[in-house]
Design a protein around this ligand. Structure first.
Ligand SMILES: [Zn+2]
Length: 641
């Protein structure tokens, strides 16, 4: 995945970098020099406000604090270490289980912008493994495994002097070795992983169950020391199962050294002793003899040093180094250059930085293809090579728009093929992500970096909202069934809305009167008029809030169904229309967004977003899902509701 050798020594006079470590419990920042030393280390608890922007703002503030603390000037790069899954080249965090709400966070580009230097993003355990191998307990070894036993359990492996990363860079998930088949549920979705027993959060959870009170992992070890038998039983199981996982790893890799780091290892001998015993007893004798089990020599600093060390590694010549050639590389900023200090002497002057970071205009030409996306997008590759684009080949926003539409369509199909409930969330997410990725790919080239960035954040938000729609599947299905039932009974569908929602109302009518995908008979559907003559007549003689209610009164009968769209859930003319529909015995369906508003209906599809744009996009998505259901029923593929 990377052309960079993270284990290669870097020149002793290479300038410092900034390391940012994102944990589920704490954030840390430090300036890291070429000798693997962390300067100006600052930490703070990770804010869990539900909005990742709060945490990234806090993280970047820490970074600036660290820079000020050491007077560092002209850092070369910013290294970011975080739990996966992540995409290093694009600097994107996918949705790490220890960071709820962090869905597709472009942390690399954001950090590049905040500090005005290139970014490198790496899995935190891999980064810590590199740090221990180069500057800690692993110095001089050939095969070294690193396990971080923290909020979760992660790992990294150096095998025969080479960093093992796996096909897509996410290898080394040692926390998900199963130590008890069918055992406790793990955050990864499987049962019996070692993480579900020996991570800090799992220890706390098990202690709560066994001891009947709230305890942290550190509290458990304190209780064991104080002679608490229930805590002792929890701890004995913890170290036994952790030992079993390490013994498996020793059998598989036959390493010189297994390094244990992370907060839980602060238990010291209480943890190391039993783990060593299990390994000695259970691993194959030659491997068991070869492998030492040691604590991380870099201690609590291993995370942030790891984050720095990945950014220290020199890019290979003719570099295709992740992040470094990216269009996300922000311009140098005055704000990231605090006053001169000790470290200033060893940092390269700005001129050198500029030489290795071409100005924005040239970046498109010199930036490397982005891994697999590039391989599937030849036009982008051609652009990157600086060749001209064929006439008629869509570029920039147009390509992005086409690909995002195709992604959405693919997501919908996948959802429908696999059944609505099971498939919707996954299918949509996958489809949207593909759309996002291809869209971004198409968006490179002639598009200005700021525009790419804007598109990214827009689409990230879109994907996050679409993913959250999974919770609405039951309600979407119920709404679709209600419409099918009423149509089957001879009812008519009336749709209504204001502005963009009026367009959604027309859209649904179009799908019903025409057809969605299949050939079938036309179905009775009417969109209430928003023609100026009707509006001025009703609003003038009665009230604007009566514009739709008056039409409903004229048209709707028991057995019909009224479908209303309002992004706020509060539009007075929509509220009154639904009230009138119910009074006339018609069924009602409401497409809304944000918090529940004044509008009432039999079925409410409430998009969990406060953004009008996102709500309208999701309304389109949901009306397509319903159109698909109606299509399948009307074409005779599905039995009548
Ligand atoms: Zn697991």
């Amino acid at each position: 995945m990377s052309g960079t050798d993270l284990l290669a020594p870097c020149p002793g006079d290479a300038g410092p970098v900034l390391g940012l470590d994102i944990g589920g419990t704490k954030l840390a920042a430090a300036v890291v020099t070429a000798d693997g030393t962390a300067h100006g280390l600052v930490t703070t608890p990770t804010p869990h406000t539900g909005d990742w922007r709060d945490a990234t703002a806090c993280l970047f503030d820490l970074g600036h604090q660290a820079l000020r603390a050491v007077g560092a000037r002209g850092i070369r790069a910013v290294g970011i270490a975080c739990g996966g899954p992540l995409d290093g080249p694009s600097g994107m965090l996918m949705s790490p289980p220890h960071l709820p709400g962090w869905t597709r966070v472009p942390i690399g580009p954001l950090a590049a912008e905040a500090f005005g230097v290139p970014f490198v993003l790496e899995n935190d355990a891999t980064a810590a493994a590199v740090a221990e191998y180069r500057f800690g307990a692993g110095r001089g070894t050939a095969t070294m495994l690193y396990l971080t036993v923290s909020t979760g359990i992660g790992g990294g492996a150096v095998v025969g002097g080479r960093l093992h990363r796996g096909a897509a860079g996410n290898g080394g998930e040692f926390g998900h070795i199963i130590v008890r088949r069918g055992g406790r549920l793990c955050a990864c979705g499987r049962r019996g992983c070692v993480e579900a027993y020996a991570s800090g959060s799992a220890i706390a959870q098990r202690a709560r169950e066994a001891c009947g009170r709230e305890m942290t992992a550190a509290g458990v070890t304190a209780a064991v020391a104080a002679g608490d038998p229930a805590a002792a039983a929890v701890w004995a199981e913890t170290v036994d199962l952790l030992g079993a996982a390490v013994a498996d790893l020793v059998n598989v890799f036959e390493p010189d050294l297994v390094v244990l780091g992370g907060g839980v290892t602060r238990a010291g001998a209480m943890l190391l002793g039993p783990v060593r015993e299990v390994v000695a007893r259970e691993a194959m004798p030659p491997a068991a003899r070869a492998a030492r089990v040691e604590p991380a020599a870099l201690g609590d600093r291993v995370g942030v040093i790891g984050a720095g060390v990945i950014a220290l590694a020199p890019p290979p010549t003719g570099s295709s180094r992740p992040g470094l050639g990216s269009t996300h590389t922000g311009p140098p900023r005055a704000a990231s250059s605090p006053p001169r200090g000790e470290l200033a002497a060893s940092s390269p002057p700005r001129g050198e930085l500029a030489a290795s970071s071409p100005p924005r205009g040239e970046l498109a030409a010199s930036s490397p293809p982005r891994g697999e996306f590039a391989a599937s997008s030849p036009p982008r590759g051609e652009l990157a090579a600086g060749e001209s684009v064929e006439a008629g080949t869509p570029t920039g926003f147009e390509a992005a728009r086409i690909e995002v539409s195709a992604g959405l369509e693919g997501g919908l199909e996948a959802a429908l093929e696999r059944g609505l409930e099971a498939g919707l969330e996954r299918g949509l997410e996958r489809g949207l992500e593909r759309g996002l990725e291809r869209g971004l790919e198409g968006g490179r080239g002639p598009m200005a970096p700021a525009m790419v960035h804007w598109l990214e954040s827009h689409l990230d938000e879109h994907v996050a909202v679409a993913s959250a729609l999974g919770e609405l599947t039951a309600e979407i299905r119920a709404a679709g069934e209600l419409i099918c039932r009423r149509l089957a009974g001879g009812g008519t569908v009336y749709t209504l809305g204001n502005g963009g929602s009026a367009a959604d109302a027309q859209h649904l009518t179009g799908e019903l009167v025409g057809h969605f995908k299949r050939e079938r008979r036309p179905l009775p559907a009417v969109t209430l008029s928003t023609d100026p003559s009707v509006l001025t007549c009703v609003a003038n003689d009665f009230d604007y809030a009566d514009v739709f209610a008056r039409q409903i009164e004229a048209l709707a009968r028991p057995g019909d169904v009224v479908v209303a769209f309002t992004t706020s859930g509060r539009s007075p003319n929509v509220v009154s229309a639904l009230d009138t529909a119910r009074a006339r015995g018609a069924a009602t369906v409401l497409f809304a967004g944000g918090a529940p508003g004044a509008a009432r209906a039999d079925r409410v599809l409430l998009v969990p977003s406060k953004s009008t744009q996102r709500v309208q996009e999701m309304h389109t998505l949901m009306l397509h899902v319903i159109s698909e259901m109606v299509d399948a029923w009307a074409a005779g593929e599905e039995p009548g509701p």
